[in-house]
Design a binder for this molecule. Structure first.
Ligand SMILES: [Zn+2]
Length: 95
């Protein structure tokens, strides 16, 4: 039995796209005690760079509370069957 979200994966966050998302735009976030990925959107192959740029803009506008640490926004290979902490960050997009 396959859960619904595995068969109908999440869609790209770009306006008017709607293609299946292959990447998650995210930055590592920590409050000092735990960490997670702060999600900035989802992207298909075509929109991954524009969604990344959009996420980086959001990141720049972020105001951090005391003790909060947020890493650079990056692209992660989206996997619906894997926890965020296990997602693979793409190595080749840092510009
Ligand atoms: Zn797209």
């Amino acid at each position: 039995m396959v859960p619904l979200e595995f068969r109908y994966g999440p869609a790209c966050s770009a306006m008017g796209c709607g293609r299946p998302a292959l990447y998650k735009v995210a930055a590592s976030w920590s409050d000092g005690a735990s960490w997670e990925l702060k999600n900035y959107g989802l992207a298909c192959e075509e929109h991954r760079m524009s969604q990344l740029a959009r996420g980086q803009l959001h990141r720049q506008g972020l105001v951090l509370a005391d003790g909060e640490v947020v890493g650079q926004v990056g692209l992660f290979v989206l996997r619906t069957d894997t926890r965020d902490s296990k997602l693979d960050r793409l190595p080749d997009h840092d510009a």
